[in-house]
Design a protein around this ligand. Structure first.
Ligand code: FAD
Length: 319
């Protein structure tokens, strides 16, 4: 089944989980155990990333196929153009199609390690738009195609102090091209300022993008990881978050608890504005994602099999 229908469906609020391919065999088996527990809460879909530069191609395919057929969850596989001649792209798509997967997240990908700029390889694609066009041309309507959206503009477009209005508008116009070429769902890059996301949705609607726009939520799990991720993605960090995190940054449990609190508040606000799906970047961890969903009343406490830190000590984030 294509996830677009489920995400759009019946006015019900739904959720989904992103995972990435672990480095070791043991890690993969642990991930499947974790997925199994998380899928018991009925996410609408789960997705698996494509390692930077195609580094995990075979493993991503294997995990995607196992997710769809053994974990039995509607699966979306990420696919990037980096280091991928069209034959390899088609090999990956044929492989998942033969395994009954109907959902792909079509991405350009980042430049290969050590390179600054994305360069199209011979026989490959230069951007996600080319990949979307190719998938539609070769596979017709078989795949539901999701693309990435950037509420703060793509990092390549962001200078110090944020993207210019022109860069932001160009990025949006390009996103519309991806949708017009056949993408039917947008998942956003992580963000921590909910107003920026809501404005992005409204700007998309204004230029005629009508497909569902799913917010990508990354719970803060760890202070250093948070700084690394937001630095890499050039994400705006609100002063409220800085003020809350500063005094607790060395206390891992307190940071996690704040991450759950913040994620819950962000989702509440987004859902109150009529968005019907939240997509959780789990970083292969279950506690924070499940705790947020529990706080939102989207999953039942009785079904959570592990103890979760969803009730942080009251004095932790008195921001
Ligand atoms: P594109 O949509 O091609 O856009 C890239 C930039 O180029 C944008 O600024 C766009 O405006 C500009 N651009 C491109 N073509 C044109 C054009 N013709 N005209 C004007 N402007 C143009 N990376 C991975 O390696 N593996 C993953 O699994 C993965 N999953 C991701 C999931 C999500 C939800 C998101 C948001 C990102 C993910 N990424 C992943 C990161 C992604 O690969 C990078 O952000 C990459 O730099 C851009 O990919 P894209 O598909 O957004 O590129």
């Amino acid at each position: 089944e294509k996830i677009r229908e489920a995400v759009d469906g019946e006015g019900r609020t739904v959720f989904s989980f992103e995972f990435f391919p672990p480095k070791t065999e043991e890690g993969v088996e642990n991930l499947f155990e974790r997925m199994d527990r998380m899928v018991a809460h009925n996410p609408t879909f789960c997705d698996i990333t494509w390692g930077a530069g195609g580094s995990t191609a075979d493993l991503t395919l294997e995990i995607a196929n196992r997710m769809q057929n053994m974990i039995s969850v509607e699966t979306m596989m990420h696919l990037t153009c980096t280091n991928m001649p069209v034959e390899k792209i088609d090999h990956a798509l044929d492989n998942i199609k033969n395994n009954g997967i109907q959902n792909v997240l079509a991405l350009r990908g980042d430049p290969p390690h050590g390179q600054d700029k994305f360069v199209q390889i011979e026989g490959g694609f230069s951007c996600a738009l080319d990949l979307v066009k190719h998938i539609r041309a070769k596979y017709g309507d078989y795949f539901g195609i999701t693309v990435a959206g950037y509420p703060e503009a793509h990092p390549d477009m962001i200078q110090e102090g944020g993207a210019t209005l022109e860069a932001y508008s160009n990025d949006l116009a390009y996103l519309k091209k991806k949708v017009d070429a056949g993408a039917d769902l947008i998942i956003t890059q992580l963000f921590y300022d909910t107003d920026i996301f809501l404005k992005f949705v409204s700007d998309c609607r204004q230029i005629g993008i009508t497909c569902p726009i799913v917010p990508g939520i990354m719970p803060i799990n760890n202070y250093k990881g948070f700084l690394r991720m937001t630095g890499f993605c050039k994400t705006k960090i609100t002063s409220e978050i800085t003020t809350a995190l500063d005094p607790i940054k060395d206390n891992e449990e307190a940071v996690k608890a704040y991450g759950i609190h913040l994620g819950t508040e962000m989702c509440k606000k987004i859902l109150a504005h009529g968005i019907k799906t939240v997509h959780l970047y789990t970083l292969n961890m279950e506690k924070s994602a499940l705790a947020i969903l529990m706080n939102l009343g989207l999953i039942e406490e009785s079904k959570v099999t592990r103890s979760l830190p969803w009730r942080p000590p009251a004095n932790v984030f008195r921001a």
